[in-house]
Design a binder for this molecule. Structure first.
Ligand code: MEV
Length: 424
């Protein structure tokens, strides 16, 4: 089994890095060229994906090291424009390895389709009429996707609630659909639309919305990791992380940023694998608000009997491997191959582990030296390039900025001018 524990990856040449991921993922030369190239898409491909296409928007693609999930090593592709995220995830995953890495599971690939019925004269009796018609509703839904049914998925159950709204009572039906390896939006929406006329018939109400819910409480991914106190800087660091977690879990202002840090890691893998990161964002934040009646942390942090830090994460993770961009986008396809995941659930487990790692890294930095020092190196290089530094000037300007503790454009320009003056 190959190891994902590769030190100094960032110091290697591009050729060396490509060689490493090629060997790890069993990628072909062509796939490596696809990963490394900036123009992986042909115009007619992108033209078919969305409307009014004028080109593509490349986002940096990095690889997080050191991940071990359920005893298996992964190199994790992450598409993100923000500096430090990939390095932070890799460092956290390295610290988790001392205690075996991450253990993860899912609740199954089950999504909810909602059907909204209004103007129902007798909503409570309508609710029972729908439940009595369960088998017929499932039959009509499953008729729409025989392939999914053949694979063991399809509509499995029907649930109904009467809710009070500003426009009176509504009867809301949930179609419970096992989507197997698909994200499922297409299948679920088609089924919800197909059963709607029958719901109108048996209730005398009027259907308006028929659409998937991103609050995917039946498609949860969970991960857990133990961080040995000595591997993360000692009992003081454990204490600081516990204080940081308590702050987030008690205060929505802090919690928004805390959960945003988790989503830095999650969205990056979701995007790299061609999945719908808006659906994942919506699911995560609505779940953070729904599960205990107020906006709370998606993670928990505790100290175990040995004084080590134990972290958990649980959140909806509606990602797929078939259908959507994952199946057609060449970069997404190569990323999925590099990961080596065999099911949507395995992908969800890796992504949840990355979210937990990302949160650990952020809390550890925040509770100790703060995040700015780590950010400053890359930020200074960006500033140097922005003021016109090229080649080795970029490193020279960036180093001077960090040394002075003034990572600013005006100062960068002065230093660059000074370097050029001396060279002439
Ligand atoms: C920055 O993108 C993410 C953090 O703000 C997360 C956090 O505060 O926990 C560092």
């Amino acid at each position: 089994m190959s190891t994902s524990e590769i030190s100094g990856f960032y110091k290697r040449s591009a050729q060396d890095r490509w060689k490493i991921v090629q060997e790890f993922g069993g990628l072909s030369d062509e796939e490596v060229r696809t990963l490394g190239g900036t123009g992986a898409l042909k115009f007619d491909q992108v033209d078919r994906m969305i409307e009014n296409v004028i080109g593509t928007m490349p986002v940096p693609l990095g690889v997080a090291m050191n991940f071990r999930v359920n005893g298996r090593d992964y190199l994790v592709p992450m598409a993100i424009e923000e500096p430090s995220v990939v390095a932070a995830a890799s460092n956290a995953a390295k610290m988790a390895r001392a205690k075996g890495g991450f253990t993860a599971s899912t609740s199954g690939p089950v999504m909810i389709g909602q059907i909204q019925l209004v103007h129902v004269p007798d909503p409570h009796s309508a609710r029972l009429a729908i439940l009595h018609a369960r088998d017929e509703i499932l039959r009509r839904a499953n008729e729409k996707d025989p392939i999914l049914v053949k694979l063991g998925g399809g509509a499995k159950d029907v649930e109904t609630r009467v809710i009070s709204t500003g426009r009176g009572p509504m009867v809301i039906t949930h179609l419970i659909v096992d989507c197997r390896d698909a994200m499922g939006a297409n299948a679920v929406n088609t089924m919800a639309e197909a059963v709607a006329p029958h719901l109108e018939e048996i209730t005398g109400g009027r259907v308006y919305l028929r659409i998937i819910s991103n609050l995917a409480v039946r498609r949860l991914a969970r991960a857990r990791a133990v961080f040995a106190k000595d591997a993360i800087g000692g009992p003081e660091v454990v204490e600081g992380i516990l204080e940081a977690f308590a702050f987030a879990d008690a205060d929505p202002f802090r919690c928004a940023t805390h959960n945003k840090g988790i989503m830095n890691g999650i969205d990056a893998v979701v995007l790299a694998t061609g999945n719908d990161f808006r659906a994942i964002e919506a699911g995560a934040h609505s779940y953070a608000a729904w599960k205990s009646g107020g906006y709370r942390s998606l993670t928990t942090w505790e100290r175990n009997a040995d004084g080590d830090l134990v972290g958990t994460i649980e959140l909806p993770m509606a990602v797929g491997l078939v259908g959507g961009a994952t199946a057609v986008h060449p970069t997404a396809k190569a990323c999925v191959k590099l990961l080596g995941v065999k099911s949507a659930q395995e992908l969800a487990e890796v992504i949840a582990s990355v979210g937990l790692a990302q949160n650990f890294a952020a809390l550890r930095a925040l509770a100790t030296e703060g995040i700015q020092r780590g950010h400053m190196g890359l930020h200074a290089r960006n500033i140097a390039a922005t003021v016109g530094a090229v080649g080795d000037e970029i490193d020279r300007v960036a180093e001077a900025l960090v040394k002075e503790g003034k990572v600013r454009m005006d100062r960068a320009k002065e230093i660059l001018d000074d370097i050029r003056r001396r060279n002439t």
